[in-house]
Design a protein around this ligand. Structure first.
Ligand SMILES: [Zn+2]
Length: 85
């Protein structure tokens, strides 16, 4: 599922200036490095350069190109994660 607001808030709270957080990760679809910026906005939080997902307390990133092809987190991925618990 998409990352929750509480998790986004924690990412922001963990930054020094409390404004912009950057998540370095590998895209779960293509495997290339992706940096997703998390910003505070008037309505909550905004993401740039990618999308973040949260599965069982772990955060995963997907690059914008892969999001265009498939905006959802892969179902196989979610069930695989669940099976590893
Ligand atoms: Zn990708």
């Amino acid at each position: 599922m998409l990352i929750g607001l509480n998790r986004l808030k924690k990412i922001i709270d963990d930054t020094i200036e409390g404004e912009t957080g950057i998540i370095h990760n590998k895209c779960i679809d293509c495997g290339f490095p992706v940096e997703v910026e998390v910003h505070k906005t008037s309505g909550g939080f905004g993401l740039l350069r990618g999308v973040l997902y949260e599965v069982k307390d772990r955060v995963y990133a997907k690059c914008l190109d892969c999001c265009k092809n498939n905006p959802k987190l892969n179902h196989e991925f979610e069930s695989q994660e669940a099976a590893n618990l």
